[in-house]
Write a protein that binds this ligand. Structure first.
Ligand code: UDP
Length: 239
């Protein structure tokens, strides 16, 4: 049998954009199923998995505000978009017989549970995947900040930010082929150099509460499982 996983509880942040696959918006069912399979494998290995999913594939508050909408209204629409993504992920997981619960920071309790920290932790203890929806519930925040916040709140041992690139580079590797890959950096270096890791609020929360952060490529199949089994995958941000 496989060795015990290196982590008991992790929080995985998936951007809304990751769900689009090759499309321009919305959810690609094949991509959704692939992510759900990756998560199922983690659960099967005995890892407790919490998820935060973004909403950028549907609406972003800042984008709507740029076209004239009130920013707070735009952010509320963005938060509702994350609920839709969370429901889609819950559905995909349940089809794979992975028990899961959506918990929303905004009260929509005919559709999903309200976020209650102690209840979330109990779901996790029982091996259910908990999908935290509606970000932090507040405008002017991002789902990256929600991921840091929830990871700290529920005592995750690691925050994993799943991206389209292999980890953290000194510059955008697509535009700058000579960009340097960082396998390990400090929160302060990430902040100082303005590296595209997560937004400042999210990084500062991780730094101030000692939450280790891994940035990795979600499109590399099996990488998440290798990560929770202790392999050094992607970039690690620590103090
Ligand atoms: N949002 C918000 N408060 C939060 C989290 C998200 O207002 O705590 C809104 C915000 O408008 C954001 C949108 O929801 O643009 C979608 O989240 P995000 O942009 O973080 O999604 P991602 O980029 O991860 O797909």
């Amino acid at each position: 049998t496989a060795a015990a996983p290196a982590y008991r509880r992790i929080l995985l942040k998936l951007s809304g954009e990751a769900l689009m696959g090759g499309g321009a918006h919305g959810i690609d069912p094949d991509v959704l199923e692939r992510f759900a399979c990756e998560i199922r494998d983690l659960v099967a290995d005995g890892v407790q998995v919490a998820l935060v999913i973004g909403g950028g594939n549907i609406f972003r508050g800042a984008g709507l505000a740029a076209r004239g909408m009130d920013r707070v209204t735009g952010d509320q629409m963005g938060m509702l978009a994350t609920v839709m993504n969370a429901l889609a992920m819950q559905d995909a997981l349940e089809r794979l017989e992975v028990s899961s619960r959506v918990m929303s920071a905004l009260k929509i309790n005919q559709v999903c549970e309200d976020y209650i920290r102690r209840r979330a932790m109990r779901h996790l203890d029982r091996g259910r995947v908990v999908i935290f929806a509606a970000g932090t519930g507040n405008p002017f925040f991002t789902t990256d900040s929600a991921a840091s916040l929830r990871a700290i709140e529920v005592g995750a041992e690691l925050l994993v930010k799943a991206t389209k690139v292999d980890g953290i580079y000194s510059a955008d590797p697509v535009q700058h082929p000579d960009a340097v890959f960082y396998s390990r950096i400090s929160y302060d270096q990430a902040l100082r150099e303005g590296l595209k890791v997560m937004d400042t609020t999210a990084i500062v929360l991780c730094r101030d509460h000692g939450m280790p952060l891994r940035v990795m490529n979600i499109n590399e199949s099996g990488a998440l499982l290798r990560l929770v089994r202790g392999e050094d995958i992607g970039s690690l941000v620590v103090s």
